[in-house]
Design a protein around this ligand. Structure first.
Ligand code: BTN
Length: 327
């Protein structure tokens, strides 16, 4: 009800009366007033004028469930938000919610993580109030071997949002799923799946975006960046989260029709930082070097070797480095 009232006040260009809110949501005037008081205490500047009603003058940088659900415009992605100020890991919480039967498209969001997880067992540093830590819960109807492509869909969704909201930034993707500004990482994605050989119970896609962080630990200070560092100004987090939900839902629905990434190859490759660059493929069966060409319909990276042969590599097996550094 709180998110509904906030949405109603937000979408009204003029004052909206207490009476109208009571009638629309079937609650008492006291209940409406209590919600208004709560929102004001959380930093929403809501003007209350006798005989006119309420008007939202400004709102805080807030990624609470109420804020997100009052602004979401998707059909299913992120329509239900589970927000906590502190979590161990949004991926872990999303897995717990999956076991509890929560819906496809539920979104878990935290202000900080005490045990944020990165890929390959690394930790994801997750300070409070600055960044985005979120996990989308999916219940796909396709087979487990198609699920790795979801990570690429998320990477391209994040890249698209950052590019559309901040067209002055050079947004790139390092295959398969790191999003960069220039040659520094701004976003990491961790996808985890619970499946049987031919059936997916659920997939959780965790996304960490460095938004307003200005200092990084020494070990990543030369390879990490944030939107604030790149733009030189504070950046609104909710707008990014909602934009990612919009793009992801759009791309997911197209993907679910063909079950490959053929419709996104062009857009993905347009962001691909490795494209045309020399890469070293860290394959456990033997490292090799070549020039990355782009991705194929299965999301595999196409690498041209010096002897003229071509190899395709899939994301689960190997990692890719630039010959001269991170990219
Ligand atoms: C990477 O190593 O690049 C992946 C990092 C993924 C971090 C995000 S933050 C939200 C979600 N919860 C986690 O514990 N990890 C992911």
């Amino acid at each position: 009800m709180k998110a509904d009232i906030l949405r109603a006040i937000r979408s009204s260009t003029d004052y909206i009366s207490g009476q109208e809110l009571c009638e629309r949501f079937g609650v008492s005037r006291t209940a409406v007033w209590k919600v208004i008081k709560q929102l004001q205490a959380e930093g929403y500047d809501i003007e209350a004028v006798t005989n006119k009603g309420y008007k939202l003058l400004s709102y805080p940088d807030n990624i609470s469930g109420c804020e997100l659900m009052s602004r979401v415009n998707t059909k299913w992605a992120g329509r239900k938000v589970y927000f906590h100020k502190e979590m161990e890991s949004t991926n872990e919480y999303a897995k717990y919610l999956a076991e509890e039967g929560m819906d496809h498209g539920s979104l878990v969001v935290a202000e900080m993580q005490t045990g944020g997880k990165g890929r390959r067992g690394r930790t994801w540093i997750s300070p409070a109030g600055q960044n985005i830590y979120m996990t989308l819960l999916l219940r796909p109807l396709f087979s487990p071997d198609q699920a790795s492509m979801l990570t690429l869909l998320m990477a391209v969704s994040v890249a698209e949002v950052l590019h559309h909201l901040h067209s002055d930034l050079e947004v790139k993707i390092k295959w398969p799923n790191d999003v960069l500004i220039g040659d520094r990482k701004v976003c990491g994605i961790l996808t985890e799946m619970d499946a049987e050989p031919d059936y997916i119970h659920h997939v959780v896609i965790g996304v960490g975006i460095n938004v307003n962080q200005t200092e990084f630990p020494e070990e990543i200070s030369s390879t990490a960046t944030s939107l604030r560092l790149e733009k030189g100004e504070h950046v609104d987090r909710a707008q990014i989260i909602l934009g990612v939900m919009d793009f992801f839902e759009y791309y997911y629905e197209i993907f679910a029709e063909h079950l490959d990434v053929s419709d996104f190859v062009e857009v993905y490759d347009s962001y691909l930082v490795n494209r045309g660059r020399e890469v070293r493929v860290l394959d456990p069966k033997g490292e090799f070097e070549g020039v990355a060409e782009g991705i194929n319909d299965k999301g595999e990276l196409i690498v041209n070797l010096p002897d003229g042969s071509v190899r395709t590599i899939s994301s689960g097996e190997v990692s890719v480095r630039g010959i001269y550094g991170y990219v």
